[in-house]
Ligand binder design. Structure first.
Ligand SMILES: [Zn+2]
Length: 543
């Protein structure tokens, strides 16, 4: 059986119905067309330039991911800005893109259920049930003998079904009652029965059913097409007697036995394959009830508190959120946005493989090999020693405009030799905001240039910058960044990847080549870092 885009989308939406998505979440087919033939699908947590490159290399026609690519309405297709840049690359390569985001968080067996399973929770329940889709009552009057054709037409269009987040075990739910209708056709009418000017009494049936809001237009269209009358009499009313949805965001469950918070934090790290997790709360406190939400879930803190959880496991926890949680008596484990969600990609790939096999479809499903986590644990990376780790002088204030100008330089004495990175960050008015220097150990000049770029991007992201212009005196770096030269040195490939991942967190990032004499400050910082390192060496010690 050949597969089109819509076939794959249908399978995914069977698992994660779109109505489970949070309001305003841009889920669904974001790039492409539903009718296109698909032979190979790439499943990823999100799309980055590396994931798009992988999709091109693997010759896939469709990427399915958890995070949407386009999150806010796109005001313009500026090819130099994110995310338009990636959307255009997808279009150029005829690759379609579909995202199942908060609907997949909420779905039964989705992100949050998988996370609860990984953490070994029992008695798992939903923390915040999804809002059920609005339902309408439809009552239509049909001449006797035509009930079945109208009923069939509206049920085929989606009437009479319990919405997907309910039990979903019944369809074609209707009710029929017989009666007598009256009407008088007036001049100009073309009545199905009766004469112009004469009062007609007709044997009719009243057919009632429910219609989910998303099916309303299709159902009314089907009803009007199947109905024999010229003027169809029907009532359409919103109904309010809806039960809460059985699934939704977040989960709450119990640990097999109470554990001290620090032990449980270790278990979370192990379960999610993380070298470290952050925790807020008394490490010795015993925890037994655990609330969780994959990704950035602090907006559900209130629900976690109401659920009497001892600890809330999520990602993207901000300073004040953690203080707020502690004040309300709940501990927090920040296991990272990426780490708490990456478990969904293999599950989606396995699901699609199974669906395709069951349908006898020719569909090759592959899982992305790109690690899209923009963060890494710097202190645990081998071989990099740093100085000036703490911001020098004042902590950097966020730039009001979100725009930064950053001079970067990498220096190496010996190439390879003692090397360091220097970064001078200025605001839009060219006023200094922050300076950073980092000793890199013994490496080459090019590696040092790339490390300087990564250091600059890290700072820019941390400062909440939006638009960044980076100036370098390395022509190679600028040309490689801008795609004019290919990165061929295997030592630079992962550094470029890391830099691109960081840059994706900014709205725009330009890298511009400037002459050496305009890059004196960054050069001085890098050299200072090398000097400081050499001065700290014991005389005669082997550095
Ligand atoms: Zn997420």
């Amino acid at each position: 059986m050949p597969v089109i885009c819509q076939t794959v989308i249908g399978w995914l939406e069977e698992w994660a119905p779109p109505l489970l998505a949070e309001d305003g979440d841009s889920i669904g087919l974001q790039v492409g067309s539903r009718g296109t033939k698909v032979e190979k699908v790439l499943v990823a947590l999100e799309v980055t330039p590396e994931v798009v490159a992988e999709a091109v290399k693997e010759k896939v026609q469709l990427i399915v991911s958890h995070h949407p690519l386009i999150r806010d309405p796109l005001a313009r297709l500026d090819y130099d800005s994110f995310p338009a840049l990636l959307a255009v690359r997808l279009v150029e390569n005829r690759i379609h893109f579909y995202a199942a985001h908060t609907n997949m968080d909420a779905a039964t067996g989705g992100v949050n259920d998988l996370l609860a399973e990984r953490l070994g929770l029992t008695g798992v329940r939903v923390m915040r049930p999804a809002t059920k889709e609005r339902l309408y009552k439809l009552a239509v009057f049909i001449p006797r003998g035509h009930e079945d054709e109208v009923r069939q037409a509206i049920c085929n269009a989606g009437a009479g079904q319990v919405p997907a987040c309910g039990s979903g075990n019944y369809d074609e739910c209707t009710f029929l009652v017989e009666g007598t209708g009256t009407f008088r056709p007036l001049p100009g009418a073309h009545p199905f029965i009766g004469q112009i000017g004469g009062l007609e009494r007709a044997e009719e049936s009243r057919l009632e059913t429910v219609v989910p809001e998303t099916r309303l237009r299709a159902v009314i269209r089907a009803m009007l097409a199947a109905h024999p009358y010229e003027e169809v009499a029907y009532d359409l009313c919103p109904i309010k007697n809806q039960e809460p949805c059985k699934t939704g965001l977040g989960r709450v469950g119990k640990l097999p036995k109470p554990e001290p918070l620090h032990i449980f934090a270790e278990q979370v790290g192990d379960a999610l394959d993380q070298q470290s997790v952050r925790l807020a709360g008394d490490p010795e406190r015993l925890v037994s009830t655990v609330a969780l939400c994959g990704g950035g879930g602090m907006s559900l803190l209130k629900r976690a508190v109401e659920a009497d959880a001892d600890v809330y496991v999520t990602g993207d926890v901000r300073h004040h959120d953690a203080l707020n949680a502690l004040a309300q008596g709940i501990a927090v484990i920040d296991a990272g946005h990426h780490a708490t969600e990456k478990i969904i990609a293999p599950a989606m790939a396995a699901y699609l493989t199974e669906k395709a096999a069951a349908a006898g479809a020719q569909l090759d499903v592959i899982l992305s090999r790109v690690n899209t986590d923009p963060f890494r644990n710097q202190r645990q990376e081998a071989g990099i020693h740093s100085t000036g780790q703490e911001a020098e002088g004042n902590p950097a204030p966020p730039p009001a405009s979100g725009k930064l100008l950053i001079y970067i330089d990498g220096a190496s004495r010996g190439n390879p030799g003692n090397a360091a990175a220097g970064v001078a960050i200025l605001d839009e008015q060219q006023e200094p905001v922050l300076e950073r220097k980092q000793y890199l150990g013994k490496t080459t000049n090019n590696v040092a240039e790339y490390q300087a770029l990564i250091l600059a991007l890290q700072e820019a992201v941390n400062m909440g910058a939006v638009k960044v212009e980076i100036r370098t005196d390395s022509e190679l770096l600028a040309r490689q960044w801008n795609g004019e030269y290919r990165v061929q040195n295997p030592g630079l490939v992962p550094l470029m990847r890391q830099a691109r991942q960081m840059a994706d967190r900014l709205q725009s990032c330009k890298v511009v080549h400037v002459p050496r004499e305009r890059n004196k400050r960054a050069d001085a910082l890098a050299n200072q870092a090398i000097d400081e390192h050499l001065n700290n060496q014991e005389p005669g010690a082997n550095s």
